[in-house]
Each structure stands twice: as structure tokens, then as C-alpha cells.
Design a protein around this ligand. Structure first.
Ligand code: NAI
Length: 350
């Protein structure tokens, strides 16, 4: 992404050393608190961190009253009303503890003069390894075998997988995570194809870069690793699914809206799509990162997905390793330090 390489000068004036910095952390889970508190102590600023488990939107923005900064995650809403509300409450900086920033209205943030920074890279291997965990599980049906064996059912019927060695895997997006995924797949003996409008140079050593249509036609497994943008929304739609090999596997650990869920359900029902593994879901906002086990799920598409034995869903946990959380917290606190000092921030977005 072009903004990765940019070094953008913070527009904020430096906060004096004596000014107590306060940051409201939204969508905060216990592990966020653990790693951010640890990084905050190590950074030695220290800033006062206030944790809220609710997601940020224009209504909850009032919780940031008295804070100069907010810290947010993938499903927090930073649309224009939300940003204006934050600004009205005195917030001057938004720190994303994730790489993607598709949930931020950057034009409005710039108009308000807000400092916005993200964590562009943290253990791409963490997401790549989760992608492989999904592929391996779905391919060898370990999610079903686990339940069977616990119930004393040792029958193997229905558990036939395919040897991954020799399979062709299409990697859409050859950036940090796509590259890490391709490396692991090569290690397994897979043929790797890539598609990317700006392919990374390192990918050339791992596989051929081909047009999207060719990748879809030739791959036994298609794995998505590109960012969500206007161009990539519903990249996998009816037409793309029709090009895929009958029985192929689709894996999405990137962003939910890359996939048209209704189209995918259609392809699963017609038995054309062999299997689906997702760590992200277009309408994940009201579901993921919460315990909804005692409640009725109103989302009909999600409920339908749950009925397929050949669909595997995890709740956006690709990033969730101790190492990645440590890096995310350290970079977030470094971004905070840049804002506080009025320094140029290499991770600024906008
Ligand atoms: P990156 O910026 O290093 O690589 C993205 C690649 O996608 C770039 O090479 C870019 O040229 C390519 N790309 C852009 N438009 C494309 C298109 N239309 N078709 C194919 N390729 C295209 O990003 P990185 O670090 O590899 O992350 C990829 C995505 O993974 C993020 O945007 C984010 O959505 C997702 N992610 C998911 C996580 C999870 O927990 N499940 C955690 C972290 C990131």
C-alpha cells in the first residue's frame, strides 16, 4: 500500500512533558489490556489508559471525553459523525491497533486535523499460520474428527482429505501475509500462484504471478490476502466463483467484504465450491469479539453458513498470538510517543 512507505509529519503540536496523556481504548478485551499496560510501562511515558469493552461509534464517542487519544480496532466505526463527535470531546489522535484502516473516514480525519496512525506490520506469520491451520483443518476434517472421537465414534467415513503436496494454491495479494503464506505452502510442496496489481519482488522466488482469472481457474485452494478497498469489495462474487475449479477451497483471513457471502452460499449449495474457511465475515461487527452463546443469532446468512459441514469459521483470530499482541502494543505506544512529541510518525495514515 502506498501509505506504508510514507513518512507523514504529525500536524499536532507537541504535548508538554507535564501534560498527563489520556487514551480511551475501545473494543478492549482482557488481552489488549494486558499487552497495552505492559507496553505502556516499558515506553515510560506513561500515559493513562482507560479501557472500554464497547465498540466506538458516534454514540459511544462520549466515553473519550477528557482524552487526547483513542485507540481502536477493526470493528470500531470511525465514520464522519463518529470522528466529529470525538473531535468535539477533545480527541486529537486515533491510534489503530491493526493494519487495515478501511473503517476510518480519512478525508474527514484530515479535515479535522486528526493524527491517525496504525500498526502496518506485526508478525505476518501469525496470520499466515492461522490461514494454514484453517486449510489443514478443513482439508483433513480435523474439526469433525475431534467431535467424533470425543463421542466415542471412531468411524472414518466422510473424513477423506486430499494430500496437499502437489496441490495448486492461489494467493491473492502478495504482500507481507500473502508472502508468508506462500512460503509455508511451498514448504508443503504446493505449487503457488499469485495475483497482485503490485506484486512483491520476493514472490517471484515462490511462484508465478498470473491474472486473477487464470489463478481462479487453476487453483485447488484460493486464499485472500489483499486489503479491502472499493476495488476489492466482493472480489469473490458469482462470476469469480464460476471461474473456480469445481470442488475448490476458498479461504479468507483478510477482510469479510472481499467475499460476497450470498454468492458463496449459492456456490456451496450447488456443490460447486468444495469448502470454505473464513476468519473474517462481512457482517462480523455485531457478532465477533463477543460471547453470543446464550443469544439467538439474527444474521440469516451467518446462520446458513453454520449449517454446512464443509464450512469452517473462526472469529477474526488470525492475529492472536502473544508475539503479535506484544508487537501491536509496542508499535501503538511508539505511535503515541510520536504524537505526544509532535514527531514525524512512520505509521501515520492519510
Ligand atoms: P500488505 O499491504 O503487506 O499486502 C497487501 C497486498 O495486497 C499488496 O501487495 C497489494 O499490492 C495487494 N493488493 C492490493 N489490491 C489488490 C487486488 N485488487 N488484488 C490482489 N492484490 C491486491 O498487507 P498485509 O500485511 O499482507 O495484510 C493483508 C490483509 O490482511 C490486511 O489488509 C488485512 O485486511 C488482513 N489482516 C487480517 C488479520 C486477521 O487477524 N485475520 C490481521 C492482519 C491483517
Amino acid at each position: 500500500m502506498p501509505t506504508n512507505a510514507l513518512t507523514v509529519r504529525a500536524t499536532m503540536t507537541a504535548v508538554s512533558a507535564s501534560t498527563p496523556l489520556q487514551m480511551a481504548v475501545f473494543s478492549a478485551r482482557p488481552y489488549d489490556r494486558q499487552f497495552l499496560d505492559q507496553a505502556n510501562q516499558q515506553a515510560g511515558l506513561p500515559a493513562r489508559l482507560l479501557y472500554y469493552d464497547v465498540a466506538l461509534d458516534e454514540h459511544t464517542a462520549a466515553l473519550a471525553e477528557g482524552c487526547q487519544l483513542v485507540c481502536v480496532f477493526v470493528n470500531d466505526r470511525l465514520d464522519a459523525p463518529s470522528l466529529r463527535a470525538l473531535h468535539g470531546h477533545g480527541v486529537r489522535a486515533v491510534l489503530l491497533r491493526c493494519a487495515g484502516y478501511n473503517n476510518v473516514d480519512l478525508a474527514e480525519a484530515a479535515r479535522l486535523g486528526l493524527f491517525v496512525a496504525r500498526v502496518p506490520a506485526y508478525s505476518p506469520e501469525a496470520v499466515a499460520e492461522h490461514t494454514l491451520a484453517l486449510i489443514m483443518t478443513l482439508n483433513r476434517h480435523t474439526h469433525r474428527a475431534y467431535n467424533r472421537v470425543r463421542e466415542g465414534n471412531f468411524m472414518l467415513d466422510g473424513l477423506i482429505g486430499r494430500t496437499l503436496h502437489g496441490r495448486t494454491v492461489g494467493v491473492i495479494g502478495t504482500g507481507r501475509i500473502g508472502l508468508a503464506t506462500a512460503r509455508i505452502l511451498r514448504g508443503l510442496g504446493c505449487t503457488v500462484l499469485g495475483h497482485d496489481p503490485a506484486p512483491s519482488a520476493a514472490f517471484a522466488a515462490l511462484g508465478d504471478v498470473v491474472p486473477l482469472s487464470e489463478l481462479l481457474q487453476r487453483s485447488d485452494i484460493v486464499s485472500l490476502h489483499c486489503p479491502l478497498s472499493e476495488q476489492t469489495t466482493h472480489l469473490i462474487d458469482d462470476a469469480a466463483l464460476a471461474l473456480m475449479k469445481p470442488g475448490a477451497m476458498l479461504v479468507n483471513t483478510s477482510r469479510g467484504a472481499l467475499v460476497d457471502t450470498e454468492a458463496v452460499i449459492g456456490a456451496l449449495k450447488s456443490r460447486r465450491l468444495g469448502s470454505l474457511a473464513i476468519d473474517v465475515y462481512e457482517q462480523e461487527g455485531p457478532l465477533f469479539f463477543q460471547d453470543r452463546s446464550g443469544q439467538i443469532i439474527d444474521d440469516e446468512l451467518f446462520a446458513r453458513l453454520m449449517t454446512f459441514p464443509n464450512v469452517l469459521v473462526t472469529g477474526h483470530q488470525g492475529f492472536l498470538t502473544g508475539e503479535a499482541l506484544e508487537e501491536i502494543a509496542a508499535i501503538t505506544l511508539a505511535n503515541l510517543g510520536d504524537f505526544a512529541a509532535g514527531r514525524a510518525c512512520a505509521n501515520a495514515v492519510g
